[in-house]
Design a protein around this ligand. Structure first.
Ligand code: GDP
Length: 197
């Protein structure tokens, strides 16, 4: 079936392995550093304003949020990383949760969606997340968000820097996106569908 993201509903949050969902539906795992616009991208895909919480507080960084897409797939909102004000204990909780998720769910992630900021070179943490997705063997789509913040002439060099830093080949998927304006939405939905075929 095709996922058009016409009906996206919050299902549950998981703070540890016992909360992970494993019912065989495809899972689209979304990752990105805090403030990159992950919530905004999810809201844009779902066509909703406040589905995923925009500007989540540091206390919200250690939960995985599951959303059901068109009754047939899960959008998995992995906790953001790289938030400067997070305590050491919370960083450790984040690390354990991710470790469990990637070890345990390796076979379950259908597509990894790594959201980066189109204006910046991907960070060390982005690279770690990128490696985790690669290690699971799932297809990955890199979303370069905040496209609207660049002038047209800046877009190609910015995409080239992202490709170079993440060592993407020409076949690897990189989608320029604006959660603010909606650019890239159809392409991302089409790529998520293709990855499930
Ligand atoms: P999260 O922490 O990754 O979930 O990021 P949020 O979705 O909370 O977004 C962080 C900030 O970036 C907010 O002020 C958003 O309005 C802004 N933002 C997100 N996406 C875009 C975008 O595509 N363009 C612009 N101009 N701002 C964006």
């Amino acid at each position: 079936m095709a996922f058009r993201f016409t009906n996206v509903e919050f299902v549950r949050s998981a703070a540890n392995r016992s909360g992970f969902l494993r019912d065989g539906r495809p899972q689209f795992a979304f990752a990105g550093r805090s403030n990159v616009g992950k919530s905004s991208v999810i809201n844009r895909l779902a066509g909703r304003k406040n589905l995923a919480y925009v500007g989540a507080s540091p206390g919200k960084t250690t939960q995985i949020n599951y959303f059901l897409v068109d009754q047939s797939a899960y959008l998995v909102d992995l906790p953001g990383y790289g938030y400067a004000k997070v305590s050491k204990a919370e960083k450790e909780r984040w690390g354990r949760l991710m470790e469990n998720y990637f070890q345990d769910e390796g076979g379950l992630i259908t597509v990894g969606v790594l959201i980066v900021d189109i204006r910046h070179k991907p960070t060390a943490n982005d690279l770690i997340m990128h490696d985790w997705f690669r290690q699971t063997g799932c297809p990955e789509i890199v979303v370069a968000n905040k496209l609207d913040k660049l002038k047209k002439s800046q877009v190609e060099p910015a995409l080239a820097l992202i490709r170079e830093t993440l060592e993407l080949t020409e076949e690897d998927l990189l989608v320029p996106f604006s959660a603010e304006k909606g650019q890239g939405k159809e392409e991302l939905i089409n790529l998520l569908n293709k990855a499930c075929q």
